[in-house]
Design a protein around this ligand. Structure first.
Ligand code: APR
Length: 252
C-alpha cells in the first residue's frame, strides 16, 4: 500500500485540475451511517428508496419524517469532520485547481474547510414545502414530531431539502460537476459504491476525457475496476497518508 500511496501523491502533486467525488463512505468515520452498509436498529428493515422518495413520503409521511429527524439529530448534526474530510480540505489548498463534488447531504466537507463544494443530492439541514416549495425554518418541536410540519403558506407537508429517488438533480450543480469532470486531469473517488446515477457517471466521464482515476474505498467498489490507482482502506486513514507524502515530496 505504501507504494500506491506514493504513486497517488505523485499523481495529485503534478495534477493541473483535481476533481474529488465523495459518497457516504467519507463520512462513515464521523459516525454518519452509509446507505448500503447494513443499517443497525429500527431502520435496517427499510429500503432507503422506500423512504427517500415521493412515493414513500406519500405512503407514510410520518415514517419518512422520523427517518430524517433520526439521521439529522441522531448523527448528522452531532457528527464532526474526520481526518479524511480534513485531508481533502488541505488538498484543495495544495493543488492548483480543485473541485469537490459530493453526494452527501451533510456539511462535513464545509466544516472541515473545503470551499468549492458541489452538493448533487442537496442538504439534509434545509427544509421546504413539498407542495409550494416555500423554504421552511425547522422549529425545535418539529424534531420530536411524529409527522411532518405543515407549510404556513399552503398547509402542504414540509420535507428535507435532499434529492429523492426519481427526482431531478439541481441543474446548476450537475452542469458544474460535468464541466469539472470533463476538464480535470485527475479524479479522486472517495467512499462511494458508485451505483446511483447520474452521480456515478462522473468518474467514467472524467476517464473518457483522459483523466487518471484514484479510488479510495475499503471495499472493491464499481470504480476500483476502472481506477488507475485503487487505495483499499478507510478514507480517514488513507487520505492523510497521501497528503503527508505529498508534503514530504514538496519539502525534499
Ligand atoms: N472510507 C471510505 N469508504 C467507505 C468507508 C470509509 N471509512 N466506509 C464505507 N465506505 C464505502 C463503502 O464500501 C461503500 O462503497 O462507502 C461506500 C458507501 O456506499 P453507499 O452506502 O452506497 O453510499 P453512496 O455511494 O454515497 O450512495 C449514493 O445513494 O441512497 C442514495 O442519495 C443516496 O447519495 C446516496 C447515493
Amino acid at each position: 500500500m505504501d507504494d500506491l500511496i506514493k504513486q497517488a501523491a505523485d499523481v495529485l502533486r503534478n495534477a493541473q485540475h483535481v476533481v474529488c467525488t465523495t459518497g457516504a463512505g467519507v463520512s462513515a468515520e464521523s459516525g454518519v451511517s452509509t446507505f448500503r452498509d447494513a443499517e443497525t436498529g429500527h431502520w435496517a428493515k427499510f429500503n432507503p428508496e422506500d423512504l427517500a422518495s415521493q412515493r414513500g413520503f406519500a405512503a407514510n409521511p410520518g415514517l419518512v419524517w422520523r427517518w430524517y429527524m433520526e439521521r439529522l439529530y441522531g448523527s448528522t448534526v452531532v457528527a464532526r469532520p474526520n481526518p479524511g474530510h480534513d485531508a481533502l480540505a488541505q488538498l484543495e489548498k495544495i493543488v492548483s485547481k480543485f473541485t469537490l463534488v459530493t453526494q452527501n447531504v451533510d456539511t462535513l466537507h464545509e466544516q472541515a474547510g473545503s470551499t468549492n463544494v458541489i452538493h448533487l443530492h442537496g442538504n439534509i439541514g434545509h427544509f421546504y414545502c413539498n407542495a409550494c416549495r416555500t423554504d421552511y425554518e425547522l422549529r425545535d418541536e418539529d424534531r420530536s414530531a411524529d409527522t411532518p410540519p405543515l407549510c404556513p403558506v399552503c398547509t402542504g407537508m414540509i420535507r428535507p431539502g435532499v434529492v429523492w429517488f426519481g427526482e431531478q438533480l439541481p441543474t446548476a450543480e450537475i452542469n458544474r460537476a460535468w464541466e469539472a469532470a470533463e476538464s480535470c486531469d485527475v479524479i479522486l473517488v472517495v467512499g462511494t459504491s458508485g451505483v446511483v446515477y447520474p452521480a456515478a457517471h462522473i468518474p467514467f466521464l472524467a476517464k473518457e476525457h483522459g483523466a487518471r482515476i484514484i479510488d479510495v474505498n475499503p471495499d472493491h467498489d464499481t470504480i476500483a475496476s476502472i481506477a488507475d490507482l485503487f487505495l483499499q482502506g478507510p478514507s480517514g486513514e488513507i487520505l492523510p497518508q497521501v497528503l503527508a507524502t505529498m508534503a514530504d515530496g514538496i519539502i525534499s
